[in-house]
Design a protein around this ligand. Structure first.
Ligand SMILES: Nc1ncnc2c1ncn2[C@@H]1O[C@H](COP(=O)(O)OP(=O)(O)OP(=O)(O)O)[C@@H](O)[C@H]1O
Ligand SMILES: [Mg+2]
Length: 350
């Protein structure tokens, strides 16, 4: 049975429907991410799970126990849910040391001193704060404060961890390290994690499954690979990873980039192409680049991104982004080249 279940959950703020008929089942021990642009309803969903926001429609339960129900007018308050939460605008208590910040929620729960020491100590060690445990937050960096919030959530030994952009104040390197640490913590403690981010790389790296949202509406739920390889819509395709959308015309087994007949056709498997005027979607890393086969293009710009070369290539008036390893990228700016699209996804023209 699924651990955390949202059933037809809707939340409105005046005229804005922040979350619209959302149904989800999250398994015990799963790391589940919610991903989507700013304002799409991620925080609101998390706050409803935590119990800080009531529901306008639907129900929410954990481990078979009802937590919120609109029709039954039933609601378990946040402090009774035993969920750990790290907020987007994380709050640490400035007048308490790191240690006390982490121990305080345990004291409120009236746990024995020895257990508080053990749990707080462990959470502080796991988040790498042991050397600063007597320090006050105003002497710490943004990243360290964020770790306090994380340690505090871990210490209460929650069944579900709700993390709202918990890594947003960290520099890229620390951010990457913390990703692994969160994953390790999850394995160690067996939490169910609901993780909110608008960083798709972070969601891909951490999650067992990802929900992509737009305007309060679920667009797709799937594993990182499913979302990346089989995006349900053009929106999801564009949101996950780099993308090209080319307007093409399809005839028989061939396709042309619109407005660029002179660049020549490229073969397509018509089985997968339902219409005539279509959008071809592909990732920059998946475009084939050669001297002799494919559609004719001209290199407009070339930039080195470490080991990868990032090309902007013009086919008529259409620009295609192509990324290749340095060794497979001999083309200079202004040079002609040939492009192929071995594994595209087709969308109807909007
Ligand atoms: N307390 C509130 N009162 C009125 N409107 C709100 C309130 N909280 C959220 N909203 C609105 O609900 C929508 C969803 O907001 P939410 O904070 O859930 O987005 P988000 O996906 O977390 O965005 P971000 O990535 O910027 O944090 C937005 O249109 C927002 O303006
Ligand atoms: Mg938010």
């Amino acid at each position: 049975m699924s651990h955390l279940v949202l059933s037809h959950v809707t939340k409105r703020f005046g005229r804005v429907t922040a979350v619209d008929d959302l149904s989800l089942s999250i398994e015990k021990g799963e790391c589940f991410s919610m991903l989507g642009p700013s304002g799409c309803g991620k925080t609101t969903t998390l706050r409803m799970i935590a119990g800080f926001e009531d529901l306008d429609e639907g129900e929410l339960s954990v481990g078979g126990q009802l937590l919120s129900s609109c029709v039954r007018n039933y609601y378990v308050p946040p402090e009774k849910r035993n969920f750990g939460m790290v907020f987007q605008a994380f709050a640490v208590w400035p007048h308490l040391s790191v240690w006390d910040n982490v121990a305080f929620p345990l004291q409120i729960r009236g746990l024995p001193k020895s257990e508080i020491a053990e749990r707080a100590g462990r959470a502080i060690r796991y988040t790498g704060l042991a050397s600063v445990e007597r320090t006050f937050p105003n002497e710490l960096s943004g990243g360290q404060k964020q770790r306090i919030a994380l340690a505090r959530a871990i210490a209460i030994n929650p069944s579900v961890m709700l993390l709202d952009e918990p890594l947003s104040n960290l520099d890229p390197k620390l951010r990457e390290e913390m990703r692994f640490e969160i994953k390790d913590l999850q394995r160690q403690f067996g939490f169910t994690i609901v993780f909110v981010t608008h960083d798709q790389t972070e969601a891909m790296a951490l999650s067992d499954r990802i929900l992509v949202m737009k305007d309060g509406v679920a667009q797709q739920v799937g594993t990182p690979l499913e979302i990346y390889r089989r995006p349900a819509s053009r929106f999801v395709f564009g949101f996950i990873g780099l993308s090209n959308f080319l307007p093409v015309e399809v005839e028989g087994g061939s396709a042309w980039v619109e407005g660029a007949r002179e660049a020549g056709p490229f073969p397509v498997s018509t089985g997968g192409v339902p219409g005539r005027r279509m959008t071809l979607a592909c990732r920059p890393s998946e475009v084939g680049l050669s001297r002799d086969t494919g559609v004719l293009g001209t290199v407009r710009r070339r930039a080195y991104l470490g080991d990868t070369v990032d090309y902007r290539i013009a086919i008529g008036a259409v620009e295609v982004r192509v990324q290749k390893n340095r060794r497979e990228a001999p083309f200079g700016e202004g040079e002609p080249c040939r492009l192929s699209f071995p594994d595209p996804i087709w969308y109807d023209r909007e």
